[in-house]
Design a protein around this ligand. Sequence first.
Ligand code: IPM
Ligand code: MG
Length: 360
Amino acid sequence: MNRHRIAVLAGDGIGKEVIPAGIDVLKAAASRGDFALEFTSFPWGCDFYLKNGRMMDADAVEQLTKFDAIYLGAIGDPKVPDHISAGELLLPLRRRLVQYVNLRPVRLLPGIASPLAGRTTADIDIVCVRENSEGEYCGVGGRVHVGTPDELAEQTGIFTRRGIERIARYAFTLAASRPRKLLASATKSNALVHSMMLWDEVVGGVAREFPQVDYKKYYVDAIAARLVTHPQTLDTILCSNLFGDILTDIGSAISGSLGIAPSGNINPERTAPSMFEPIHGSAPDIAGKGIANPVGAIWAGALMLDHLGERAAHDRIVAAIGRVFADGKMKTPDLGGSSTTRDVGAAIAQAVMEESRQPA
Ligand code: IPM
Ligand code: MG
C-alpha cells in the first residue's frame, strides 16, 4: 500500500480553518485502505514571523523536500506586509521547489449559481495552466533615488525559451487529454513586443507537436472578456504568471465564489514536492468565525491525491463536493447561506465515505 507523506502548512487566517476540514476529507478518502496518508504540520506563516522575524525556518526548503507533497492553507496577516508574507514564503517555495506549473481548474459545480446569468455546469469547465516560476514574478528589478522626486522602480519580466516551452508542453499534453482538445494561449504580443512575441513563437512551435489540439491565441484582455461573455468556448487556457493570476480570479468569480477554486503548484518532473492550496487568501475579515468556505482547500486536497497517483480518490472527493452542493442545503455565507466551515467539511467527508462504499 502506498504511504504518502504530506507536509501541512495551514498558515494564517482562514487557512487554519479550511485545512483541518480538508484533512478530514482526505482521511475519509483514505479510510477505504487503498493508500495511507501521514500528515506533519509546520507552524510557518505570519504568526511565526511575528515571533521569529522570518516566515519559515532557514532550512525550510530542505525540510520540505523530504515530503511527497505540501498542503498549504493561506498566507497573510494585516500585521505583516504582503510583500513579506508572499515574498518570503509562497513565491520562494514555488520557485525553489521548481513548481513551474500552476494548475487551476475553473468549474461551475452543480448546485452553485454563477454570477453570469443563465450559465450551467456545462458552460464553465476550464483548466488554467499558469506559468509559475518566471515572468513578472521573477523578483528581478529594483528602486533607486528612493523617496525623492527622481525615484524610479523597475520590475523586470523574465521569459525564457526553456520556461515557456516546458509550460506550453504541459498545457498541450493536458489539452490533448481533455475531450474538447482546445487550447487558448493568452498573449499580449501587440504591446509587449519582446516577451510576448517570444511566448507566441515558442507556444506556436509546441502547438505543431500537437496537431490534434485546436490551438488559438487571444490577447489577454480579450480572453478576460471572453471568460465573462463566452466561457463555454474555453477549455484549456495557457498563460504567463501575472496574466494567470488575474484570469484565475475571474475564473473563480464566474464559478460562484473565490472560496471554491483550488490550485496545484506542480513540479511535473517530481524533483521536489508539489504544493496544493486553495486560490483564496487568508481573509482576515472573516478569520476566526468558522464560516470560511472549505471547498477550495478540499478540492486542492483532491488535486494533491491525483498528483500522488490516487486518481480514484480524487474523483470520489470531487463527486462528493458535487453531491453535497447539488441539493442546495449546504452553503457557506460566500454562497449566500449560513453553513459553517465544519458543517460543509463534515458533509463532504461523509459523502466521500458513501462514495467509498461503491465498488472501485
Ligand atoms: C495567487 C495569489 C498569489 C499570486 C499572491 C499571494 C502572491 O494571488 O496564488 O493567485 O499572485 O500568485
Ligand atoms: Mg491570485
